[in-house]
Design a protein around this ligand. Structure first.
Ligand code: FAD
Length: 452
């Protein structure tokens, strides 16, 4: 067992922990990062499969994500645009398949008008919400009392419109059914992206990707931290007092003045705190839970949909695979599709045998893009729900009423213990951008506390 003395120990080498460590180092502090896995990057993770680059976790960056943009500029990392040329495909609730152009789903004028009404109402309220403190909105208590599903139906009685708009936040972002989180939580999600219109515009929110993959950002930061990143060191025990902390990794113990816990909030209770955390944190942490989504990749010898004038972008609010995009990595001649299977649909897929699961999912993609989709060369399902150090995807959110009740305390430090996660961010919430912003903010708070 190695014992180290540092100014700050950071638990978790995802983008938030690594950014915090990097900023602390730049401010002249000594750091050690203890990471449970045998790799850095956390929920960003890429692998090469039969020659295709697959991003299993986070990958896209949008124009408003200036926290992450400034970090990659510093690291010398470039971005490339997602393939967006051509028409999209929509499968309606009755199973009708339509190829369409433009931003509006092909759902009939009345439903489009209702969707636009819902978008306008979301935009109006979003403009009033401070992403760093959504609980301060004058109607926050009421908005946190009602599920997003029911709130949408107080504004429109068009079921298709409510389902389509619900999908953008439920299946599309929080990866939970729309009846399990509040309208306030939905507004936090949209305010974190600047507006609801930004969030529903896939060309905005899924704009560009990293050359070298999103995990490459964490790898680049870890490289700058050098030997101060300790892999295979899950921290399960933390002693703390006002004077400092001792974090116990599997092979490394670190004594430090402060600790940054940069793991997702659903994993805070994996660590045994001595003395225990205060009541408020004990209770708060039980109300933040992970969503669940399967990110599926299918790689083909060519991007056959492009030859048919299709962009690869597909939506089906009632389909098993609710969203599909062209996810071909830049410079590769093969064609890669990515699809998302959220919450209860993901549950259903995991009930099937591996062979049935593959067949059902590929049939779901083929309903959008034709039978050529049935025979990929590579087929890969992400399964972050089975990963001990994540336990779901993409991120955590509060249960009904939790954001208003517990949100104001989520970013408070407990003596020397600071929490940093994309899931606690305002701008960039649930995204790598939020992880970076939180890492920087936490580092600045610690520097101010240590240096006075
Ligand atoms: P994490 O990335 O979860 O890192 C936490 C780290 O802590 C992990 O490395 C973990 O192993 C480690 N850890 C946990 N417990 C312990 C312990 N006890 N001791 C030591 N180490 C521990 N974001 C985007 O911006 N764009 C996207 O396109 C996008 N798509 C996504 C797709 C998927 C499938 C998933 C899962 C996420 C996606 N995200 C996306 C979200 C993004 O990946 C996360 O917001 C981001 O990775 C969070 O960073 P973090 O550092 O806060 O947490």
């Amino acid at each position: 067992m190695t014992t180290l003395d540092r100014d700050v120990v950071i638990i978790g080498a995802g983008p938030s922990g690594l950014t915090a460590a990097y900023e602390l180092r730049k401010a002249g502090k000594t750091v050690a990062v203890l990471e449970a896995r045998d790799r850095v990057g956390g929920r960003t993770w890429s692998q090469n499969m039969d020659g295709a680059t697959i991003e299993i976790g986070g990958q896209w960056i949008s124009p408003d994500q200036t926290g992450l943009y400034s970090l990659i500029e510093e690291l010398g990392i470039e971005t490339f645009e997602r393939y967006k040329e051509g028409k999209s495909v929509y499968i309606a609730e009755d199973g009708t398949r339509t190829v369409y152009e433009g931003e509006d789903f092909p759902v009939g004028e009345a439903t489009i008008a209702e969707m636009n009404k819902l978008i306008a109402e979301m935009d109006r309220l979003t403009a009033e919400v401070n992403p760093d403190a959504p609980w301060e909105h004058p109607q926050a208590a009421e908005l946190d009392m009602v599920s997003f599903h029911h709130w949408l139906r107080t504004i429109s009685n068009d079921e298709a419109a409510c389902n389509n708009i619900g999908l953008f936040i439920a299946g599309g972002m929080l990866t939970k059914p729309a009846h399990t989180f509040s309208a306030l939580q939905a507004l936090l999600m949209s305010s974190s992206a600047g507006s609801f219109s930004n969030l529903v515009d896939e060309d905005f929110i899924l704009d560009r990707r990293m050359v070298g993959t999103m995990q490459g950002v964490s790898i680049a930061v870890a490289k700058r931290l050098g030997e101060d990143v300790y892999l295979n060191n899950p921290v399960l025990k933390l002693d703390w007092s006002e004077e400092g902390v001792t974090a116990y990794g599997a092979g490394v113990t670190v004594n430090a003045k402060k600790v940054v816990i940069a793991v997702p909030p659903n994993l805070y209770s994996r660590i045994s705190y001595n003395p225990p955390l205060p009541r408020r944190q004990h209770v708060t942490h039980q109300h933040q839970s992970m969503g669940l989504v399967i990110k599926v990749h299918a790689v083909y010898s060519t991007p056959f949909w492009r030859e048919e004038g299709l962009s690869g972008t597909c939506f089906g609010p009632n389909s098993i695979v609710q969203e599909v995009y062209d996810n071909t990595y830049h410079g590769e001649s093969t064609g890669t599709l990515v699809g998302f299977i959220s919450d209860v649909n993901a549950d259903a897929m995991f009930e099937l045998s591996e062979a049935e699961r593959k067949e059902t999912i590929l049939k779901g993609i083929a309903e959008f893009l034709g039978d050529k989709a049935l025979t990929p060369e590579v087929f890969y399902l992400s399964d972050f729900g089975s990963e001990e150090w994540t336990r779901g995807a993409y991120a955590t959110s509060y249960d009904l009423g939790g954001l208003f009740r517990f949100g104001p305390d989520q970013n408070k430090n407990v003596g020397p213990i600071y929490f940093s996660s994309s899931d606690l961010a305002g701008e960039g919430y649930q995204h790598v951008d939020g992880a970076v912003r939180m890492g920087r903010r936490t580092a600045a708070r610690i520097v101010a506390a240590v240096d006075g």
